[in-house]
Design a protein around this ligand. Structure first.
Ligand code: SF4
Length: 358
């Protein structure tokens, strides 16, 4: 059975190490292997923007690998067209990371490529990605203005040259992303879902979700990630296409989701659109994992044009012994007239409850 492991918290380094230990990730490696780490550094912004992989998550992965005795580890990325990868490495704190662990940074805009044929098209992939003995995918779970969600499969677009990125966009992204998923094979994915963006891949409306996700199947990881942003996996066109091309399975019902711990309540100071959505929420000691899912669900409702001005929803641990009259989110609100079960519920489950509520 395919597995997904989830860990909640805010300490990305410790969480990543514990997650990899629980998932038995060490079985993929042997001494002398060359390991490539592929974060998402699409733009030159820190992780707090909601755009880029937090360097402490990468630090935890590096420590895990170095504890196994692996010495040949590299961080690879090609930022989006128009952004310098070196600038992105610097802005996101990867220069210090590189120095701290003695791990080099590889700018994939400056390397040779290899071509593959798939579906009657030629696909170019950066050689260092293909030459690594093991590729570890380290995406951010966040919204995307065209594909709606970006996570494991789409993060692999940073493994191709800029000319290919332009071609992917001209082709509408879905087909080439799905094909790329069948050509590049990370040994596993660790998703940084600590704080991804609400609406765009370049950040600006960060939503704390305070969790990391591990999975070996990138299609399954993306299917799971889609539900955390309020989507049915079938709504994210490249996910079923990638499954059709043999990149993985999107059978979430047949998968085992192992949560290693529970989330903790945290303080959120929303701004921009997140603040506007948060005005619909009565939050009292809510866990960020839960609150973030509610914000994504409210955003989905808003995008559908169906968010009532007067809608109010309750969430948080302080509601545990209350008998509220309206809709409450999560196990803590089980005493409410209507509640969304689970702890934390996915944004998809919250959205379904909101649609019934309005
Ligand atoms: S249901 Fe309660 S305890 Fe569980 S994640 Fe939500 S707020 Fe936290």
């Amino acid at each position: 059975m395919h597995q997904i492991h989830v860990i909640y918290g805010t300490d990305g380094r410790r969480m990543a190490k514990r997650l990899l230990e629980a998932a038995g990730a060490g079985s993929h490696f042997s001494p002398g292997m060359r390991v490539a780490l592929k974060p998402n550094l699409v733009v030159a912004k820190p992780a707090s923007s909601g755009a880029t992989t937090h360097p402490e998550v990468v630090a935890g992965v590096i420590e895990f690998l170095q504890d196994l005795g692996l010495k040949n580890i590299e961080i690879m990325e090609s930022s989006w067209v128009g952004e310098g990868t070196a600038r992105a490495f610097k802005a996101a704190g990867y220069e210090q990371l590189s120095e701290r662990y003695g791990v080099p940074l590889i700018d994939l805009k400056k390397v040779p490529v290899r071509a593959f044929e798939a579906g009657g098209e030629t696909y170019q992939i950066c050689k260092p990605v293909l030459e690594a003995d093991a590729l570890i995918n380290l995406p951010v779970l966040k919204a995307h203005c065209q594909t709606l969600v970006t996570c494991a499969l789409k993060n692999l677009k940073g493994c191709i040259p800029d000319g290919e990125k332009r071609r992917y966009h001209a082709a509408g992204l879905t087909e080439p992303i799905a094909r790329l998923g069948s050509l590049v094979h990370p040994v596993f994915t660790v998703v940084d879902a600590l704080c991804g963006d609400l609406t765009f891949e370049e950040g600006g409306n960060p939503v704390p979700m305070n969790r990391l996700i591990h999975g070996e199947d990138p299609v399954l990881v993306d299917a799971y990630g889609a539900t955390l942003l309020g989507y049915d996996p079938d709504e994210i066109a490249y996910i079923p296409r990638a499954a059709a091309y043999g990149a993985g399975s999107m059978d979430l019902e047949g998968a085992e989701i192992r949560e290693l711990n529970r989330g903790e309540s945290g303080k959120m100071t929303p701004s921009g659109k997140v603040a506007r959505l948060a005005a619909h929420v009565d939050a009292r000691s809510a866990c960020s994992a839960c609150y973030g899912g509610l914000i994504h669900a409210l955003n989905r409702l808003d995008e559908m044009g169906r968010l009532p001005r007067d809608l109010k929803v309750s969430i948080g641990q302080d509601f545990q012994n209350e008998q509220g009259g309206g809709l409450g989110i999560g196990h803590c609100c089980r005493g409410f007239a209507r509640s969304v079960p689970s702890c934390p519920p996915s944004a998809r489950a919250i959205l379904e409850a909101l649609l019934k509520e309005i």
